[in-house]
Unconditional design. Structure first.
Length: 106
């Protein structure tokens, strides 16, 4: 399968800088630390909850660098007035998580 370019990649350096201010441990930030940053978007908790579910690809309750960048990207598109997907389309799935995902829409 041809690798779709990860749409978040171009903004990732910016998101990485924020990620490293949020005290990552073993390359992951806690839900509490991620939430603190996500709340600055002023989006309602229901929307942030949906973003979290989409971004926490491995459901471990923490976000790695790619998952955090994805969360920031989803916040950005929501703030720009776009609807959030119910299921992550492949071009949004972080490259490191693509091999673990089964049955996502291509």
């Amino acid at each position: 399968a041809d690798e779709e370019e990860w749409i978040v990649a171009k903004d990732k350096p910016t998101y990485d800088e924020i990620f490293y201010t949020l005290s990552p441990v073993n390359g992951r930030i806690s839900g509490a630390n991620a939430k603190k940053d996500m709340l600055t978007s002023k989006l309602p908790n229901s929307v942030l909850g949906k973003i979290w579910k989409l971004a926490d690809c491995d459901n471990d309750g923490m976000l790695d660098e790619e998952e955090f960048a994805l969360a920031k990207h989803l916040i950005k598109i929501k703030l720009e007035g776009y609807e959030l997907p119910n299921i992550l389309p492949i071009h949004l799935v972080p490259p490191a998580h693509r091999k673990n995902m089964r049955g996502i829409e291509r």
